[in-house]
Design a protein around this ligand. Structure first.
Ligand code: PLP
Length: 1004
């Protein structure tokens, strides 16, 4: 491949709409965001003995490669890309809206936008290295503390994908905790979209769902029916899920519901909206009935960001953790941050309870969630601190006052009335329009108003059209005046006024939430300090293998924040959301081209959820053929933990069969064939990561795929490593039936300190009709419409997935174009091959017999037996040697490589295409100096890290003495940055070495 193709104009100078000057960011302006110059590329090629980029892939079978670049558009210059993004965003109609419903919309404090621009917080990885991640860890700690204050729950995890996912995980947890595998009772008044999500997940598993019906007279649950149902079936029921504010916007009698379940000792899951729990709001879930609920689940996107066409969401999950209730916590999913001490006794924070997670327990994990919605948790914490007790209380009173006004306008008109006037509601208003033909929403739309949502489908037996309007602090005088004018003009006055129920005192918060409050200035300064405790891929190579920590363009974030994308509600009418639908359509079509497959769903929100979509598609496909008995999933032993955990979540736990690797690190064909013979009648499919987790392309992939197909099975490719092959390998030719692309890896979405990630799943022809969610179609007039596939497996998101991330990926693709995609992969592979070549002279590599096998985008180093011995002599056990060497990388201003996965004794390094040859050389020099230190001064390794804000963290004590939240009277004290990564990056590697040795009083 020619590395010096004719280039469009890349000069940018100042572009009027942008809040930054792109020219000031060299990585931002590099063509295809590849920092290496053509000369760098030539030099690196020459170092690895190749003459062009195409030769990097010569070991790949020819018949699985694209003949040409993928048929994407040509790349755009920076200015053209901003113009294009503005043009697409301008197609949205952003008008005052009372929609709310599945996704409430509240004002977020300006601190949110400021924190969103702090690159070391937005771009860093999951805080696996606590010594260099205190910034992220503290933001998550804050989130846990403030949500704990609001809800009363002692253990709040940080975080799950969204409300539906949080309910699903809570259900799993309740069943595990009580060792009951019975039915789960769902209130029929939950959002239907959440119920569909649960039904989609329950298919083919031992999770069975019962429904507790609605009382058509009250709009709430039928409590008498429920009482009887519990009396008759309590032994069959393993959990009961009910909302505080139901899908009609009406208040359930949470006391009665909690007490009814408690009478039969049935674990309860309360579905709440955290915003409702501020002072002046509804009672916290710890106070539902006599003893509160056991778990909470809810949506908290609106605490962090605008609607953003429905995502990224923020799944709130909590359980009790106190003297009386301890056992649930260890069965819960997701990430918790605990208080800890470092080896010098400094206060700090660390991730705890990781031993329940997929990367350790594989199919026995509590959940398959890996990347979560971490950065939204960071933002929600900052927003709540900035709004504080008074701000939150004011937000609620503004919402309630607006609702009260609207209620009065409605109650004084004829032809419109409250739907269930005797049932109280909080900040929603459920109205019914008597004339069934009256299309009120379109009429309001002509007024420049999104009136609310038509909920007639949730109340099929109700006469008239039912609409729900939601009120919040976003509703200013102007929007309320518009609503008033509309109501007054469309409905004549009536002489009397309809009455409405008032909320009984016992359903309200009995005491103030006492949320901590801090000034904007104080918080801004504090979060800036937090950011300085992290390291970012902006600072230099961030070599975490399998994570693809590449440069995240500023352009992407700017685009995602445009009004026509960020301020659009996911339930607005399709004609008003043409901008977002165009983005989804373009992504859908682009990823068909990039993968070479027939269909794409943009709904899944992370790689692990993409895997689940894939296996659920397999399940549905086999069922459609009458072959439901196919329950075996083959997975190579070295696969990422999510593969096993996902198979278990999909119902294949007992059917997982591990595949061995051969000495070259690829799937062992003999072992595969032996297992295929045993299981062929029951084979559901195979999951293969390609390139695999050792950075090696599975050369027999097509052969294996065809043998799986002959046995009636299907092929899932874990596409976490697409950065090595995007635009090069045609997955259709390879025999893939389903693949996920992690947008937060290959497609430049910032990792956010653990999420939100995102995923796109592409599928072969045979699975297209089963895809979840909605597909986007462009009609002959160029209008975008959505439709559900004919045999859809259901839904994986309440709306359209992590839409904001689709904008980012779209912006990236505009700048890459058809030449940029394969060029990006090529330079990523070249960078890895170049580093591998430089480092393997000193380090043994893994897999141990695969020295000569060409590496793709990453590679694994290890230590010699002598090195392990040297380290053992200074007190570092062999099992701890690799993680401890990782700590020395932090002292050189780098993040550590991925340690102990997929090889226990491996350091997995993935440089990506974002760095110049000089930067890669500097990194290589550091890795070589680390080897010198191991050999000559192993005691320096034992003391690592030296320059991070804290010393080695005592994770064992933190896990033993769990502290997951406390009252935040002060902002947590921060450790001092001994040497900032930015400063380290400016030092010569040798100077850093000298400083390290000096700490140990060693002369260089
Ligand atoms: C190989 C592999 N598969 C799956 C995943 C899970 O992806 P996600 O974190 O987006 O859920 C990862 C994440 O690191 C991975 O490296």
């Amino acid at each position: 491949m020619n590395s010096s193709l004719a280039q469009p104009d890349h000069s940018s100078s100042r572009i009027p709409h942008l809040p930054y000057v792109p020219d000031e960011y060299p990585r931002e302006m590099a063509r295809h965001y590849i920092s290496a110059s053509p000369e760098d590329i030539e030099a690196m090629l020459s170092q690895v003995g190749l003459s062009n980029l195409g030769e990097l892939f010569s070991q790949l079978p020819k018949d699985c490669r694209f003949n040409d670049n993928p048929p994407l558009q040509g790349e755009l210059s920076y200015k053209e890309a901003t113009d294009k993004l503005l043009e697409v965003a301008s197609k949205s109609k952003v008008i005052p809206s009372f929609i709310g419903d599945l996704l409430p919309v509240w004002q977020v404090h300006p601190i949110v936008s400021e924190v969103s621009q702090m690159r070391p917080l937005t771009t860093s990885y999951t805080p696996y290295q606590p010594e260099r991640s205190q910034g992220t860890l503290v933001t998550h700690w804050i989130y846990q503390c403030v949500l704990s204050a609001l809800t009363g729950f002692e253990a709040i995890n940080t975080s799950l994908y969204d409300r539906s996912a949080a309910i699903f995980e809570a259900v799993g947890c309740a069943r595990r905790s009580r060792k009951r595998n019975g039915h789960v009772l769902l209130a029929a008044t939950l959002f239907p979209e959440d119920i569909s999500f649960l039904q989609t997940h329950a298919q083919g598993t031992d999770l069975h769902l019962y429904s507790s019906p609605l009382n058509p007279q009250t709009g709430t649950l039928d409590y008498n029916h429920l009482e009887k149902l519990l009396e008759e079936k309590n032994e069959e029921i393993s959990a009961f899920v009910f909302p505080q504010v139901n899908a009609l916007g009406l208040l359930e009698d949470v006391d009665r519901l909690a007490d009814l379940a408690s009478k039969w000792d049935i674990p309860t899951i309360g579905v709440i909206d955290p915003m409702h729990l501020a002072t002046g709001g509804l009672k916290p879930p710890t106070e539902f009935g006599e003893r509160g609920v056991d778990f909470i689940a809810g949506e908290a996107q609106h605490l962090a960001i605008p609607p953003s066409f429905g995502g990224p969401g923020l799944g709130l999950f909590g359980c009790r953790y106190n003297e009386q209730a301890k056992q649930d916590l260890r069965n819960t999913p997701g990430r918790y941050i605990g208080k800890a001490k470092d080896s010098q006794g400094r206060d700090c924070f660390v991730m705890v309870l990781s031993t329940r997670e997929q990367h350790i327990r594989k199919e026995k994990a509590t959940s398959n969630v890996c990347s979560n919605q971490a950065f939204l948790a960071t933002l929600a914490g900052a927003n709540l601190l900035a709004k504080g007790e008074i701000g939150l209380k004011n937000s609620l009173s503004k919402a309630l006052a607006a609702r009260q006004q609207a209620s009065e306008w409605v109650r004084q008109r004829d032809g419109i009335r409250l739907a269930f006037p005797d049932t109280p509601s909080f900040n929603d208003l459920l109205v019914v329009v008597d004339d069934p033909d009256r299309d009120l929403a379109s009429k309001a739309n002509q007024y420049g108003l999104h009136f609310g949502v038509n909920l007639s489908h949730r109340l099929p037996d109700y006469d008239g059209q039912v609409y729900k309007l939601s009120f919040s602090d976003v509703h200013d005088e102007k929007s309320l005046d518009l609503l008033k004018k509309f109501l007054l003009n469309h409905f004549p006055a009536r002489s009397d006024q309809q009455d409405e129920a008032i909320i009984p005192e016992r359903l309200l918060r009995p005491h103030p939430a006492q949320m901590p409050s801090f000034s904007h200035d104080e918080l801004l300064h504090y979060y800036e300090q937090l950011a300085s405790l992290n390291v970012s891929p902006d600072d230099g190579c961030y070599p975490l293998g399998s994570c693809t920590m590449k440069y995240n363009p500023l352009l992407n974030d700017w685009a995602a924040g445009l009004e026509g994308f960020a301020q659009v509600h996911p339930q607005a009418p399709e004609e008003d959301v043409q901008g977002p639908l165009e983005i989804l359509y373009e992504i859908q079509e682009s990823f068909k081209s990039i993968t070479g497959l027939a269909g794409v769903t943009t709904q899944p929100v992370a790689g692990a959820q993409g895997e689940l979509v894939g296996l659920k598609l397999f399940q549905a496909y086999h069922k459609s053929k009458g072959e439901e008995h196919r329950d075996i999933v083959l997975i190579p032993k070295s696969a990422h933990g999510t593969n096993f955990a996902t198979a278990a979540t999909a119902g294949y736990g007992p059917g997982i069969v591990y595949l061995e690797a051969n000495e070259l690190g690829m799937i062992d064909l003999d072992d595969f064939r032996k297992k295929l013979v045993i299981h062929r009648q029951n084979l559901c499919g195979i999951m293969v990561t390609n390139p695999n987790t050792s950075g090696i392309f599975e050369e027999n992939f097509s052969l294996i795929a065809s043998e799986v197909h002959q046995a009636g099975g299907l092929v899932y490719m874990d596409g976490a490593n697409m950065n090595a092959i995007a635009g090069i390998v045609d997955l259709g030719k390879l025999g893939v039936d389903a693949v996920h692309n992690n947008l937060h890896k290959t497609w430049t979405i910032p990792h956010g300190g653990g999420g939100p990630g995102d995923a796109i799943v592409a599928v072969s022809d045979c699975l297209v009709d089963f895809l979840p969610g909605r597909q986007i179609h462009k009609d002959e007039k160029g209008v975008f419409r959505s439709f559900a596939p004919t045999r859809s497996i259901g839904t994986f998101h309440r709306n359209w997935g992590n839409f904001g991330h689709k904008v980012r990926a779209y912006a990236y693709l505009l700048r890459l174009g058809r030449e940029g995609v394969p060029r990006m992969s090529s330079v990523a592979v070249l960078s890895a091959r170049y580093l591998f070549d430089r480092l393997r002279t000193r380090y043994p590599t893994l897999p141990s017999r695969a020295g000569k096998v060409p590496r793709m985008h990453e590679f694994i180093l290890t230590l010699s037996d002598d090195d392990f011995e040297r380290l053992e002599k200074v007190g570092i056990a062999k099992s701890q040697a690799i993680p401890q060497v990782g700590k020395l990388f932090l002292d050189f201003g780098f993040h550590a490589p991925t340690v102990a996965f997929p090889e226990v004794f491996g350091l997995m390094i993935e440089p990506t295409e974002s760095y110049t040859q000089k930067e890669l050389d500097r990194f290589a020099e550091a890795v070589l100096v680390i080897k010198d230190i191991i050999e000559k001064h192993p005691n320096v390794v034992a003391g690592a890290p030296h320059f991070t804000p804290i010393d080695r963290v005592d994770e064992v004590s933190a896990n033993r003495n769990l502290c997951l939240a406390e009252s935040l009277e002060h902002l947590p004290a921060l450790p001092l940055n001994r040497i900032q990564p930015k400063v380290l990056q400016d030092l010569e590697i040798d100077q850093i070495k000298k400083r390290l040795l000096a700490v140990h009083h060693i002369d260089n």
